[in-house]
Design a binder for this molecule. Structure first.
Ligand code: ADP
Ligand code: MG
Length: 392
């Protein structure tokens, strides 16, 4: 049976005719709670999932970098010297290379900016992280590439620094204005734990999720509705948050509390206010979820998940009918809590359910999608898993 790790090695061998120097991997992530709070300097609570992206990497002596992926036919190759002329990608433009290749090449570029240098490399990528599903295949490809180059170029950067490298690639090479959450989750994940991250200080604390001990499971319901962060709604939501913070006279919405909302409402238009209210209440829900997990365990966080989904649906307006159907059907079939996860406009929802209910909830959500004429969802369970690592 092939695995993403063996697929990456096979692709490397096909590409170069030799064996790789090593294999590195980084996981996708699920965000338990805290959506669109990362770029507002706020709080998030993601965990790494067992699905991973693998990079089989070898050095070459001609100063060139080549990237290939099982997702696409053509490898992309440039000179390492050229990277600084290819990136950053001007705002609103397409990357100078195929978009997918801008993720790993942008990582090499950002590492160069951080002072790292080294030999040329061939990078072959394979993954079982669903792409564009809100499970952060982007942070996984960045994390696997950054970990490999950090080792091969002896850059000596720590995990937080590598997360920043990945984000820089995504923001400035790909041109997707995303926050730091995904990269931090992919770099810092640990089995059984979520990462309580303060996106202002990048202070990260592991919080035990304790789902299995409680007899519970976390179900991912990928709607297969694809989203794209480099276009459309994501950037508009960001702009609304910046507008709201400016009106409130603070550097970011992190500095607005739930008690300030009544005043905020009188200062801004209805749409901007609702965007602000989502971020401010979502930050509080993350804090409440961490406290609840620590004091009462996973069984007690259901209402917070449900409130988070309602806020994203009604105030931030980033849900879609498929996500709402997944959440509502899971709740109607006994889920303790459920919410969409990731940036929205498609992607996946999660449900916290009894272990014994996995099949029933899966069947119910699948049937509800069929009834509404939606494409069949991809439904599976996840457990919090380890972050980026060298595999061989
Ligand atoms: P998400 O992170 O939710 O999966 P994004 O739009 O942020 O969605 O990132 C998905 C993009 O990342 C893909 O369209 C592709 O360009 C790139 N990508 C992710 N994984 C791979 C891979 N294994 N091979 C090639 N490109 C990939
Ligand atoms: Mg992404």
């Amino acid at each position: 049976m092939t695995t993403p790790a063996s697929d990456a090695v096979a692709l490397f061998e096909q590409l170069t005719g030799s064996t790789p120097a090593g294999v590195w991997s980084a996981p996708g992530r699920v965000n338990l709670i805290g959506e669109h709070t990362d770029y507002n300097d706020g709080f998030v609570l993601p965990f790494a999932i067992p699905h991973r992206t693998y990079a089989a990497v070898g050095t070459r002596d001609d100063g060139r970098i080549r990237v290939a992926s099982t997702f696409t036919h053509d490898a992309v190759e440039v000179s390492l010297n050229e990277l600084q002329t290819l990136f950053p990608t001007p705002t609103g433009s397409e990357p100078a290379v195929e978009e997918w290749a801008a993720y790993p090449l942008g990582v090499a570029w950002a590492l160069q900016l951080a002072g790292a240098t080294g030999t040329g490399v061939d990078i072959a990528i394979a993954s079982d992280v669903p792409v564009g599903a809100g499970l952060s295949s982007s942070a996984a490809i960045e994390g696997a590439t950054a970990s490999a180059l950090n080792d091969l170029w002896n850059a000596g950067l720590d995990r937080t620094a590598l997360a920043r490298i990945g984000r820089r690639s995504e923001n400035e090479a790909v041109g997707a204005p995303t926050g730091i959450m995904d990269q931090m989750a992919s770099m810092l994940g640990e089995a059984d734990s979520a990462i309580f991250l303060d996106c202002r200080s990048l202070d990260a604390n592991l919080v035990s999720v304790g789902v299995a001990e409680a007899g519970l499971a976390i179900l991912v319901m990928d709607t297969r509705v694809k989203h794209a962060h480099s276009t459309g709604g994501y950037g508009e939501r960001r702009a609304a948050c910046e507008r709201g913070a400016a009106i409130m006279g603070v550097p970011s919405l992190r500095d607005v509390s739930v008690d300030d909302l009544a005043r905020a409402e009188g200062l801004m238009d209805d749409v901007t206010f609702r965007r602000v209210r989502h971020v401010v209440t979502e930050n509080q829900r993350v804090l409440d979820t961490v406290q609840t997990l620590r004091e009462n365990g996973a069984r007690s966080i259901g209402d917070l998940l449900v409130a988070s989904h309602a806020s994203m649906r009604d105030d931030f307006e980033i849900s879609v009918p498929e996500l709402d159907t997944a959440v509502e059907t899971a709740l109607a079939n006994g889920a303790i809590g459920a919410r969409m996860t990731g940036g929205g406009f498609g992607g996946a929802a999660i449900a916290l359910i009894e272990q014994s209910a996995v099949q029933d909830v899966t069947d119910a959500v699948t049937a509800a999608f069929a009834e509404k004429g939606f494409a069949a969802p991809n439904i599976f369970t996840v457990t919090p898993a380890d972050g980026a690592r060298r595999d061989s």
